[in-house]
Design a protein. Structure first.
Length: 288
């Protein structure tokens, strides 16, 4: 786990805000010095910062990350095949055929409960190919990241997602989903596409008090999928409106953050995703 700071002297840190607004930090091992002052400043202000430099190649990343593939057939491991900074990144392989869930997740500390009501985040993503739909489907819906927490009435989990669908499988999409028995499946598509075969800076903002989700790509806000309370009023773009009446309701507390590649239909091709330079913060991080 990497926590770069301007004077880190080859150490890494996980930092979280204490209740009085101070930082409490614990050291890890062998983190490289930051490549520039902007990277150092982003991590100085962060709840969590990781570039996978001190994780073992060919293995899952260390705690607090946890594998969440549910034996879907996806493979997740630290890689040195490509990296945005340093020499390591996190590689996710979602093989062709079947639905695949290729996630790692953070539950609880050090990110939560500090970020349970509001969080900003940033990560660098490299995707080699969009899913090519099989079985006659027009396109495959997929996800890069999601914030999740239990609903106020404890009936379901509420999920904020960023992923893609349509337009050769690359149009970016905000998605609000709930777990059974509550049904929702709300969506809002952006005009922007996720670039392929290059590093892309993805930022997000989840705010529970405002039922808000907000995203940026390479520093540019995706204003057409900035959602507060609902989608395009009066049409909230929900497949099911009978339970929540079209509202995109955040959980009272975000409890988990998932990253990787999950697809919800059969793809005729593999997807390889690399993730690097993950930052989670109480304020906007911006791109390196």
């Amino acid at each position: 786990m990497v926590r770069p700071m301007a004077h880190a002297m080859n150490r890494s840190f996980v930092c979280l805000f204490a209740s009085l607004g101070l930082f409490a930090c614990s050291t890890h091992v062998n983190a490289p010095a930051p490549s520039n002052d902007a990277s150092a400043q982003a991590c100085d202000q962060a709840l969590f910062c990781d570039s996978f430099e001190d994780d073992t190649v060919g293995q899952l990343p260390a705690a607090p990350w946890r594998e969440e593939t549910y034996r879907s057939g996806a493979v997740i491991e630290v890689s040195e095949e490509r990296a945005f900074s340093g020499s390591h990144s996190l590689h996710v392989l979602a093989p062709a055929n079947a639905r695949r869930r290729g996630y790692v997740a953070i539950h609880g500390e050090p990110v939560f409960p500090a970020a349970n009501r509001s969080m900003f985040g940033r990560a660098m993503f490299w995707l080699d190919a969009a899913p090519i739909a099989a079985n006659g489907a027009k396109s495959v819906h997929w996800t890069l990241l999601q914030g999740e927490g239990r609903s106020a009435d404890d009936r379901n989990n509420a999920i904020y997602r960023l992923g893609g669908e349509l337009d050769s499988g690359l149009r970016l999409k905000a998605n609000y989903e709930t777990t059974p028995p509550v049904r929702s499946d709300c969506r809002r598509h952006s005009a922007r596409r996720l670039p392929l075969a290059r590093w892309t800076c993805v930022e997000w903002h989840f705010d529970g008090a405002r039922n808000e989700m907000q995203y940026w790509i390479d520093g540019e806000e995706l204003a057409d999928i900035h959602v507060v309370d609902r989608g395009d009023a009066p049409d909230s773009n929900c497949a099911h409106q009978e339970d929540l009446h079209g509202e995109w309701l955040a959980p009272p507390a975000f409890q988990s953050l998932y990253m990787g590649f999950e697809r919800y239909d059969v793809s005729s091709n593999d997807q390889n995703l690399w993730i690097d330079d993950v930052v989670i913060s109480p304020r906007r991080v911006s791109c390196p």
